[in-house]
Design a protein around this ligand. Structure first.
Ligand code: 13P
Length: 244
């Protein structure tokens, strides 16, 4: 499967940050994998203009098409801008905004209906793993956060163990392989052959120095990268590893 190297800028960047995309494109002239950058909403138009060939995504959307939802952004407005994907259910939104898997599923339905690829994030907390419940927590999140109607184009799963995000503590290849294999099996049980075409990304302290090892794990179809996606040189190293 063609890999996806996706950068989640979170609440970082500033006007002018789109210059990074030119540096990235210059560093990796022919990526050989799909590349996506998800900046904060206000930077999206400039990022879209700056980088033909690099997909631009958003970091959230609302479940409704329009209406009285102050501060929220609809999926179809994002699609109309030219955005191709949206991250949904990131652990930071689950923790900071109390997002439930049911809400994430509703947002995913809206994103897919608008023609966007929904990147649905799942991942256990450290206490879940310590209690031997990593697989059951992730399986529950996967089941509850993903609505019917998945295809290889409208759905991407991102496994991001919460304890590995922004900590420098990457999950081991064995830990990643176990969760990705279980997630693949769950997708196939739910969606049949289509479940084999849904990309499963790993996220959590991915950097150029560990990307190749992570991408070599079975059923790792790319990465969702936070901190290392903010620097063109670092992200280029990850893109190069994804391109294999
Ligand atoms: P880091 O790569 O900074 O650990 O962040 C991962 C992440 O949360 C991507 O969505």
């Amino acid at each position: 499967m063609r890999k996806l190297a996706a950068g989640n800028w979170k609440m970082n960047g500033a006007p002018g940050s789109e210059a990074m995309l030119a540096d990235l494109a210059a560093a990796v002239p022919q990526p050989g994998c799909d590349v996506l950058i998800c900046p904060p909403f206000p930077l999206i138009p400039a990022f879209l203009a700056a980088a033909p060939g690099i997909g631009i995504g958003a970091q959230d959307c609302h479940w409704a098409d329009a209406g009285a939802h102050t501060g929220d952004v609809s999926a179809h407005l994002l699609a109309a801008l030219g955005v191709s994907a949206v991250i949904l259910g990131h652990s930071e939104r689950r923790a900071d905004h109390g997002e439930t898997s049911a809400l994430v599923a509703a947002k995913t339905t809206a994103a897919q209906a608008a023609g966007l690829t929904a990147i649905v994030c799942i991942g256990e907390r450290e206490e879940d793993r310590d209690a031997g419940q990593a697989l059951s927590v992730v399986d529950r999140q996967l089941w509850d956060s993903v609505p019917e109607g998945a295809t290889g184009e409208n759905l991407v799963i991102a496994y991001e163990p919460v304890w590995a995000i922004g900590t420098g503590r990457t999950a081991t290849a064995a830990q990643i392989g176990e969760v990705h294999a279980a997630s693949r099996a769950a997708l196939v049980t739910r969606f049949g052959a289509v479940g084999r075409t849904v990309r499963i990304l790993y996220g959590g302290s991915v950097k150029p120095s560990n990307a190749a090892e992570i991408f070599a794990v079975d059923d790792v179809d790319g990465a969702l990268v936070g901190g290392a996606s903010l620097k063109a040189a670092d992200f280029a190293g990850i893109v190069a590893a994804a391109a294999g």
